[in-house]
Design a protein around this ligand. Structure first.
Ligand code: UT7
Length: 332
C-alpha cells in the first residue's frame, strides 16, 4: 500500500525591491506621522519597485530563480507556475505566462489567480491539488504584487499600508505525510464594496473621466475591512485547528497576512498562540497583498524544522479569506 500523496513545500524564494518608502517619507506626501502609522498598523517602511516598465513579473522572476537555485533545479523542470496577484503586468495575458517566458520555463503552463490578500492561500491550495492528483511533479506557487502601481499617494488611508514584493514556493510530491494538509477557504463578494478598484475593469473601462476621478487606485473603507478581517481570519484559523484536532501547543508557527499588526495580534490571541510563534515582518515590508505569506516563509525559512506544524492565514479584498495547515518538510 502506498502512502497518500501530499504536496510538500521543498524550497522558498523571495524578492523585495531595494527602494524603501519610510513613514518619514510619507509624512512629506500626506498629512500623517510616523507615530500614527506605527501604532495603528505596525508598519515602519515598505519597498517600492521603481524603474520604467518594471512590473510584477520582474519580482516573480528573481523569486522563482532563487527558489530553483536553492533546490538545484532548472526552470525547465517546472510543470506549472501559478501567480496570485491583483497587479498583473497586463489585464491579459497572465503574469504567469510572461514570467515563464522570462525564466525560460519552457515546459510549464501557468495562470494567475485573483484573490487579493488571499492571493497566496488560494493558489497554494490549488497547486497542492495538482500535485495530489499525481499528474504534476513540480508546481511553483507565487504571491506577488506591485501595489505601488495602484496606490494613490495622496490618499493617507491607503498609501501608508501597501508595498511591493514577491515570494514563491516549490511544491513537490511527498509520501512522508508532510506538506499542505488542510485548507479552509472562503469568499464573500458582498465585501466588494469596502475594498476594490472602481474603474479599469469591464464594468467601468478606463476613460479620461475615470482617470480624473482617481478611480484606478485602491479604494478601501478601512474600518469595515478591519472588523471583517479580525473576525474572518481568527474564526477560520480556530476552525482549522478544531477540525484537525490541533491545539495551540501543536502549532510551531502562525504565518498571518501582514495587513495590520492589530489584526495579527487578534488572530494569534484567538488561537491561544504566544507572540514568539507568530511571523511578523510588516514593519519592514508593509502589506504586499499576495506577497505577505511567502515573504514570511522566506524570512523565516532557516528557523523552520521538518515536522513543524504551520498555520497560514489571510483576509482581503473580495472578501476572500482562509487558513491552511502545512507540515514543514525539510531542515535548511
Ligand atoms: O490587506 C487587505 C485588507 N486590508 C486590511 O486588512 C486593512 C484593514 N484596515 C486597517 O488596517 C485600518 O482600518 C487602517 C490602518 C486603514 C486605518 O486605521 P483605523 O484605526 O481604522 O483608522 P480610522 O480610519 O478609523 O481613522 C481614525 C482617525 C481618523 O481621524 P478622526 O476622524 O478620529 O479625527 C482619521 O482621519 O485617524 C485618522 N487617520 C489618519 N491620521 C494620520 C486616518 N488615516 C490616517 C493617517 N495618518 N494615515
Amino acid at each position: 500500500m502506498t502512502n497518500k500523496l501530499t504536496a510538500a513545500i521543498t524550497a522558498v524564494g523571495g524578492y523585495v525591491p531595494e527602494d524603501k518608502l519610510t513613514n518619514f517619507d510619507l509624512e512629506k506626501l500626506v498629512e500623517t506621522n510616523d507615530e500614527w502609522i506605527r501604532t495603528r498598523t505596525g508598519i515602519e517602511e515598505r519597498r517600492i519597485l521603481k524603474g520604467d516598465g518594471l512590473a510584477t513579473s520582474d519580482m516573480v522572476v528573481p523569486a522563482v530563480k532563487q527558489l530553483c537555485e536553492k533546490r538545484g533545479i532548472s526552470p525547465q523542470e517546472i510543470d506549472c507556475l501559478i501567480v496570485g496577484t491583483v497587479t498583473p503586468d497586463h489585464v491579459f495575458p497572465a503574469t504567469a505566462n510572461i514570467a515563464c517566458d522570462k525564466l525560460g520555463a519552457k515546459n510549464a503552463w501557468g495562470f494567475d489567480v485573483s484573490a487579493a490578500c488571499s492571493g497566496f492561500l488560494y493558489p497554494l491550495t490549488l497547486g497542492a491539488s495538482l500535485i495530489e492528483s499525481g499528474r504534476y511533479k513540480k508546481v511553483v506557487v507565487c504571491g506577488a504584487d506591485k501595489m505601488s502601481a495602484i496606490i494613490n499617494y495622496n490618499d493617507r488611508a491607503t498609501c501608508i499600508i501597501f508595498g511591493d514584493g514577491a515570494g514563491a514556493v516549490l511544491l513537490e510530491p511527498n509520501e512522508e505525510g508532510n506538506g499542505v494538509l488542510d485548507s479552509i477557504l472562503r469568499s464573500d463578494g458582498s465585501g466588494c464594496h469596502y475594498l476594490h478598484m472602481k474603474a479599469g475593469g469591464s464594468k467601468k473601462p478606463a476613460s479620461v473621466a475615470s482617470v480624473m476621478a482617481n478611480e484606478h487606485y485602491v479604494y478601501q473603507e478601512g474600518q469595515a475591512v478591519f472588523k471583517a478581517a479580525v473576525k474572518g481570519m481568527a474564526d477560520v484559523s480556530a476552525e482549522l485547528l478544531e477540525r484537525n484536532n490541533l491545539t495551540s501547543d501543536d502549532i510551531a508557527w502562525l504565518v498571518p497576512h501582514q495587513a495590520n499588526l492589530r489584526i495579527i495580534d487578534a488572530t494569534a490571541n484567538r488561537m491561544g498562540l504566544s507572540k514568539e510563534k507568530v511571523m511578523i515582518n510588516i514593519q519592514r515590508y508593509g502589506n504586499t497583498t499576495a506577497g505577505t505569506l511567502p515573504l514570511c516563509l522566506w524570512d523565516w525559512e532557516k528557523k523552520l524544522k521538518k515536522g513543524d506544524n504551520i498555520v497560514l492565514a489571510a483576509f482581503g479584498g473580495g472578501f476572500t479569506w482562509g487558513a491552511t495547515w502545512v507540515k514543514w518538510a525539510y531542515n535548511s
